[in-house]
Design a protein around this ligand. Structure first.
Ligand SMILES: *Cc1c(COP(=O)(O)O)cnc(C)c1O
Length: 431
């Protein structure tokens, strides 16, 4: 069977395949750049593992209190090596990105302190952590105030208002690297560095934390290379490489990490406790694979942007922009198209390819949402996944793919479903 017949056996028609091939051929130079970044980051990870003399003894499981868990402690040193920080907390009991961010914040803020977001509203789940939406146990309940400076209309930092917002109470500044599911641009590491330098000039002792979710290994540098005191993320996104079944990390200045650790376990215990329960090997191996996994996801995002842009749909980022995270938004313009897209992503999955996702009224959302994920790890968004709220402008958010080839199949399959549903723009003569 040749490759075309193989794709045909997976339900991809010749016209969709040819269309994809033309787009893929036009992306050779961009893919080469992505591979160069992946190579650099692969070397960075290997260097950190070698410097810390990683050995198979570190993969052994601990139970109970987890005193002297050599594998856990060494993994944290490896993360500190990769992010060029003094210390790190990398744990299965940091159960998600939101939890890691919550621990980093609550560990480092005290009653009477103020938290500042100079980049607009943070990710949805942080609203309740901070108390932007009233919530039991929020930072607000503990007497931590919050201030926010929105971005300017062109998506850049409002330095003038940030200058006014920093005051004697400002203790911690939170900067979200990725746009998440918002419409603003994602910041480059160098932009984040400029913002941190500006803030530190105003107030040198302020703690600058970066929500690094979806950004790890997209560039050669990380926010911790340009002045961030803490970087925080989820292991079921980029740095878990698809292998970590749970977990989060906080890497940064030793005193910041120590305070976070007292919040994660208990005052007096900190980093000294917390059994790794046999998960260490998947953490190490996932981190090892992460640079190439992220490269695959990035290629998929760029391929999708170019396919759908050529088909006449608005895409963010656009097909030629430089990338700072792995999320791709596509405005499909109708409920039918959103559903067809997500069903295509699902149908291309290695797991649960036979189920048909439908929109449903998810708690916390004001419109039905459709989600596609055929993942090995539940909820993992470094694996190929897509979701879209069924409301105008009918956009889908697409990310992940453990390999470029799988991401490619998913995107071709989504296009195939749109074609079959008759919702590709009329007048598109090639199809
Ligand atoms: C995913 C994400 C989070 C939250 O991570 P969870 O693991 O879903 O809790 C926070 N911030 C950003 C920018 C994210 O993309």
């Amino acid at each position: 069977m040749d490759i075309n017949a193989m794709y045909e056996a997976l339900g991809i028609s010749r016209q969709v395949l040819d269309f994809g091939k033309e787009i893929e051929d036009s992306l050779k130079n961009r893919f080469k750049e992505i591979d160069e970044t992946a190579e650099y980051n692969q070397m960075k990870v290997i260097k950190a593992m070698q410097d810390n003399r990683v050995s198979d003894i570190h993969f052994a499981a601990t139970t109970g209190y987890g005193y002297n868990d050599l594998g856990r402690d060494t993994l944290e040193d490896v993360y500190a090596g990769v992010f060029h920080t003094e210390s790190a907390l990398v744990r299965p009991n940091l159960i998600s990105g939101t939890h890691a961010l919550s621990i980093a914040l609550s560990g480092n803020l005290r009653p009477g302190d103020e938290l500042l977001s100079p980049v607009g509203k943070p990710y949805d789940t942080l609203e309740e952590v901070i108390g932007i939406r009233d919530s039991v146990g929020s930072l607000k309940e503990y007497g931590v105030t919050y201030r926010q400076v929105d971005l300017l209309s062109d998506g850049t930092f409002d330095y003038e208002s940030i200058g006014k917002a920093v005051n004697e109470k400002t203790k911690l500044v939170t900067i979200q690297r990725s746009k998440g599911y918002d419409t603003r641009p994602t910041f480059s590491v160098s932009q984040i560095g400029q913002l941190i330098a500006f803030i530190k000039e105003l107030k040198p002792d302020v703690i600058c934390m970066v929500d690094n979710c979806y950004g790890e290994f997209v560039e050669k540098m990380e926010p911790s290379d340009v002045g961030a005191d803490m970087v925080v993320g989820s292991l079921i996104k980029n740095p878990g490489g698809g292998l970590a079944p749970i977990g989060g990390y906080i890497a940064g200045r030793a005193d910041c990490i120590e305070r976070a650790s007292y919040r994660l376990s208990a005052p007096g215990l900190g980093k000294e406790v917390g059994a790794s329960l046999g998960l260490n090997q998947s953490f190490y191996q996932g981190l090892f694979l992460s640079p190439t996994v992220v490269a695959g996801a990035l290629k998929g995002a760029i391929f999708a942007a170019n396919i759908y842009e050529k088909l006449g749909f608005p895409v963010v980022p656009n097909g030629s922009e430089s990338r700072h995270d792995i999320i791709q938004a596509i405005t499909l313009g109708s409920p039918e198209a959103v559903i067809a897209f997500c069903q295509g992503i699902q149908a291309a999955a290695p797991v649960d390819s036979f189920v048909t996702p439908e929109p449903w009224d998810m708690p916390g959302y004001d419109a039905p949402v459709i989600m596609a994920a055929g993942a090995f790890v539940q909820g993992s968004s470094i694996e190929l996944s897509a979701d879209g709220p069924i409301k105008p402008p009918y956009a889908v958010y697409f990310q992940g793919g453990l390999t470029w080839y799988h991401a490619k199949l998913g995107i071709l399959k989504s296009m195939q479903k749109l074609l079959e549903a008759g919702v590709l723009k009329k007048g598109y003569t090639q199809l």
